[in-house]
Design a protein around this ligand. Structure first.
Ligand code: NAG
Ligand code: NAG
Ligand code: ZN
Length: 520
């Protein structure tokens, strides 16, 4: 079959010059429209990334015996937010020894994805979400749109020519089920890439849109897109946190937290009403206990909102079976697969270990390793429930962090502790440390230089690992993101490639979406 060419490209390198971005990561700012600092104009066109992905698929097909490879009926994308290579390496030691494998390291194929976005060398979770779910790079802070949409634009994200469809939609269009699971808000940057189109990742409810001087009736917030728009509506499984974006400020959730909406809508009820109108069996749950009571084998649609904001770090999770117990990411993944696999056409599932990233931002290195281990447990659960014969599992990260593994610690040392030797100042230092972040303030509070660290200090889970540059929240790193794959066409994922190739290769493996027919 002939290769579908999206566009003939003009590779004119229009150098517009860099402008220094003023907004720190995770810091909200409502400046009207961010300077549109796109360096290479052709990167603003979705077609550039789509054509580049087709070329990658053609090159990859050469390494696969396509005639004898069954297509992937199911595709599961696991994304450890901020799960840098260093994070995975440190997690091995946290699991007991440097020789241990984090579960997905046993997958047959490993590769690297280039994570830069159109306007930034170091990416955030919004533009990367467009890349690994939609196959197109956009601008920092934007989701589900190409780089013609500047951040904070009230209108540009709603022009269809700027919108980028996700692999969740491609799966739905092919008659498969699709679902999302996360430990952060279901409307947070990463999962939103599956269903939303927005010029600002923080427009999760109408009040946030209004605060940015956009009209919430025209600039539709992310939660509303999830409940009102076709791709979001069609998701069979939505599990995570962020309940406050579904409820009005005048309404409290089951455990007493008020909503953040101001339009009076109760999006949980609206979601249930929509499913009822379709005569579908649908369940809404808000606790681990509630989830355990759902008959998942007879559920068409499952909405679980387990926290007003994020789910806790795995180490802070309330264990047990009380009303207040928190589900683990592995339990959420298990429930999602049970519901999704009811469709004989197969499914696409996105699972995010979201808080690996948040731990790093706080320089809580130990928490990031614990959450990586919990994320790996979820991958193991998914693989146990499916078969390598028909299920492609891809594990990756959206971007890195600036944590390093340093010193020459003896093999038996716990990686969350001290190296065992001193700096030139005669003081101990930790094996894990950061290039920047709030840990600076814990490291350098004495007049004579660095604080004297002891094992007792580093044993505290709230110890912030030292950072060279003082910063209220640590930044992401620009390293490539690791990619691990198993199942049909997993050979596709070796090598170093654009992050945008990930959904294209998954779609080709599953024979869905715009890349289904790419053939040499
Ligand atoms: C929703 O919240 C807004 C802002 O607090 C309030 O003005 C409005 O009356 C509430 N709507 C409903 C239906 O309760
Ligand atoms: C749901 O069931 C009712 C009653 O049987 C029927 O009238 C209606 O058309 C059904 N709706 C859909 C979307 O199938
Ligand atoms: Zn982050």
């Amino acid at each position: 079959m002939a290769v579908l060419r999206f566009l003939v490209l003009s590779l004119s390198l229009v150098l517009l010059g860099h402008s220094v971005g003023g907004d720190e990561y995770h810091q909200r700012s409502n400046i009207p429209i961010e300077s549109h600092n796109v360096v290479y104009e052709y990167e603003g066109k979705a077609a550039y990334w789509q054509e580049q992905a087709q070329d990658t698929i053609l090159a990859k097909l050469a390494a696969v015996d396509a005639a004898h490879t069954k297509k992937a009926k199911n595709v599961i994308l696991f994304m450890g937010d901020g799960m840098s290579v260093h994070t995975v390496v440190a997690t091995r030691n946290h699991l007991g020894d440097s020789a241990k494998q984090v579960y997905f390291e046993q997958f047959p194929t490993t590769g690297f994805a280039k994570t830069y976005c159109v306007d930034r060398q170091v990416a955030d979770s919004a533009c990367t979400s467009t890349a690994y779910l939609g196959g197109v790079k956009g601008n920092y802070g934007t989701i589900g749109v190409n780089a013609n949409v500047p951040r904070y634009s009230c209108t540009e994200a709603f022009k269809s020519e700027n919108q980028v469809d996700s692999i969740a939609k491609w799966a739905q269009d092919a008659g498969k089920n699709a679902g999302i699971v996360t430990t952060t808000h279901v409307t947070h940057a990463s999962p939103s890439g599956a269903f939303a189109h927005t010029a600002n990742r923080y427009w999760e409810n109408d009040a946030e849109v209004a605060a940015a001087n956009c009209n919430p009736e025209e600039t539709i917030d992310i939660a509303r897109q999830l409940v009102d728009w076709p791709t979001g509506k069609g998701l069979k499984v939505i599990l995570g946190g962020g309940k406050r974006n579904f409820l009005n400020t005048t309404v409290n959730d089951e455990v007493g937290y008020p909503g953040h909406r101001t339009d009076g809508r109760n999006l949980i009820n609206d979601w249930l009403t929509d499913k009822k109108e379709q005569n579908a069996s649908a369940s809404y749950v808000w606790s681990r206990k509630g989830l355990s009571l759902v008959d998942l084998d007879n559920t068409d649609y499952l909405l679980g909102l387990f926290a007003t904001s994020h789910l806790p770090y795995d180490g802070d999770r309330v264990r047990g079976h009380s009303e207040l117990a928190d589900p683990s990411l592995a339990e959420l993944t298990e429930a999602a697969i049970k519901v999704l696999q009811r469709n004989e056409n197969g499914f696409f599932l996105f699972v995010e270990g979201a808080r690996i990233d948040m731990a790093h931002h706080s320089n809580y290195a130990r928490r990031s390793l614990e959450d990586t281990a919990a994320f790996a447990d979820a991958v193991a659960k998914a693989r146990e429930m499916t078969s390598d014969e028909d299920t492609l599992i891809v594990v990756t990260a959206d971007h890195a962090h600036v944590m390093t593994v340093n010193g020459y610690p003896e093999r038996a040392k716990d990686i969350t502790g001290l190296t065992g030797s001193n700096g030139d100042d005669g003081r101990p230092y930790t094996i894990l440390s950061y290039a920047n972040g709030p840990g600076f303030y814990q490291s350098f509070s004495t007049a004579e230089g660095r604080n004297v660290l002891t094992t007792k200090t580093t044993d505290n889970v709230n110890f912030r690992y030292s950072a060279s540059i003082p910063l209220s929240t640590e930044t992401h790193g620009g390293d490539d993101a690791p990619v691990y794959a198993t199942g049909p066409y997993s050979q596709f994922f070796s090598g170093t490639y654009e992050q945008t190739n990930i959904p294209a290769l998954m779609a080709r493996a599953a024979n869905i979406g715009p890349y289904a027919d790419v053939e040499p």
